[in-house]
Design a protein around this ligand. Structure first.
Ligand code: SAH
Length: 405
């Protein structure tokens, strides 16, 4: 079997696609069937807003306030089973348990880094797709990295092509799962980044619905300013986002300061080149007053020269922005490498000297393949040298502590 996304990029928004790759390993055929983004899928409680849940409960012949009670059990107590819900009539509970499951995702496996600060969970959907979510515990915040599509034209996950959009409820389930993991460790989940598998602005309607659900003050109550949507640069949707009432953060995967290079790394650039993208970002900033983050995956010999850093600084000068440099997480079948630490620091230094606020974001969870779809990739039978590379970096294999089933 060939890699669909490499052979024939269908909807590839992100890097790196235009490369020749060694013969790909065989994928697990049962797991790679493409399904339509609109395939009819079961909808669970997490797919409903609070008013929709109240309406559903009323349709079943119960007072609407019962809906609010269930909402609180789901998002305050974080129950994932109707049996744990105490104060609602069993007739309502049984009906809902039959036709509206709480979670549609089944946790398959969870692994934590040695320090326990990064926990990655692999989930299986009702239609047997596999996806992953990462919880990162910091001193003063706990952030979940949510997937919004199964597969995606990205790195390890992208090699399988896009399988389908996730529903709002499937995204909510990842957040509740992370909130439960955080709570087990005495922590509250505080932040959400849409930087897992998938392109959120390609799944716009469900993504926005998801954001409204997790933002609801009667439920998870995650502040809009603590939610970040990361996009490869789908201009019309950036414009739509600027019109949304919620003041969420926008991150744009830039990765290159000129069209020639960016079009190679991020194919959507051919459709929305840098000038068009920047104009949309400027309108977004003007409209929202919010600072935009630019992500820049640093790749040795590709986009990491001093001259490229200067070009990037020139492009961004005068803009209300921030650059997040992400040293590349190597993916075995792609011929890109991470620069050495001096190269990374030098690149950041050029930007900072030019007055561009810059952070180097060392990925968490490399030892558990948490960086970019790699746990899922392994689950599906793709080999990866990422683990080996990381072992080499850290002086030997690190112990994987299984924290889930
Ligand atoms: N689809 C969204 C989210 C992608 S993940 C987007 O395009 O923005 C978040 C960031 O990680 C993106 O900037 C993405 O380009 C980057 N990324 C993906 N694979 C990576 C890898 N192997 N190493 C470093 N960064 C990577």
């Amino acid at each position: 079997m060939q890699f669909a996304a490499v052979e024939k990029p269908k909807r590839c928004y992100a890097f790196p696609m235009d490369v020749s790759v060694p013969t790909p390993p065989t994928l697990h055929p049962a797991r790679v069937r493409p399904v339509s983004a609109r395939a009819s899928r079961p909808r669970g409680i997490y797919d409903l807003s609070l008013p929709e849940l109240e309406a559903r409960v009323a349709d079943l012949g119960f007072p609407a306030y019962r809906g609010r009670q269930i909402w609180k059990w789901a998002y305050r107590q974080l129950v994932t089973d109707y049996l744990e819900i105490g104060n609602i009539p069993s007739a309502l509970r049984d009906t809902l348990a039959n036709d509206s499951p709480i979670s549609l995702l089944e946790p398959v496996r969870a692994v934590a880094t040695d320090d326990g600060e990064t926990i990655k969970t692999l989930y299986r959907t009702a239609d047997d797709q596999v996806l992953e979510t990462v919880l990162m515990l910091y001193r003063n915040r706990a952030t979940v990295c949510v997937s919004c599509q199964v597969g995606c034209a990205f790195c390890a996950t992208g090699l399988m092509g896009l399988a389908r959009n996730l529903s709002a409820g499937e995204m909510v389930a990842q957040v509740v799962g992370a909130a439960r993991e955080a709570r087990l460790r005495g922590r509250d989940l505080t932040n959400i980044v849409m930087m897992g598998m998938g392109e959120p602005l390609q799944n716009y309607v469900e993504t926005m619905k998801f954001i409204r659900i997790v933002h609801d003050p009667a439920g998870l109550d995650i502040g809009a300013r603590r939610i970040t949507v990361s996009t490869s640069g789908i201009v019309p949707k950036i414009e739509a986002l600027a019109e949304e009432p919620l003041q969420i953060n926008l991150a744009v995967s830039l990765h290159a300061p000129n069209d020639e290079l960016r079009s190679q790394l991020v194919p959507i650039n051919r459709r929305y080149p840098i000038a068009t993208l920047m104009a949309a970002v400027d309108r977004y900033t003007a409209k929202t007053g919010r600072r935009v983050s630019f992500e820049y995956a640093l790749m040795r010999g590709i986009n990491d020269s001093d001259a490229t850093a200067q070009d990037l600084a020139t492009l961004l000068r005068g803009r209300l922005c921030h650059v997040n440099i992400i040293p590349l997480n190597p993916v075995d079948v792609l011929p890109y490498e991470r620069p050495d630490p001096e190269g990374i620091e030098r690149f950041a230094h050029v930007l900072r000297t030019a007055g561009i606020p810059t952070t180097v974001r060392y990925s968490r969870g490399l030892d558990i393949d948490a960086a970019c779809g790699q746990l899922r990739t392994n689950e599906l039978g793709l080999t990866t040298v990422t683990r080996a590379a990381n072992d080499a970096e850290s002086g030997g294999p690190r112990h994987l502590r299984h924290v889930g089933k």
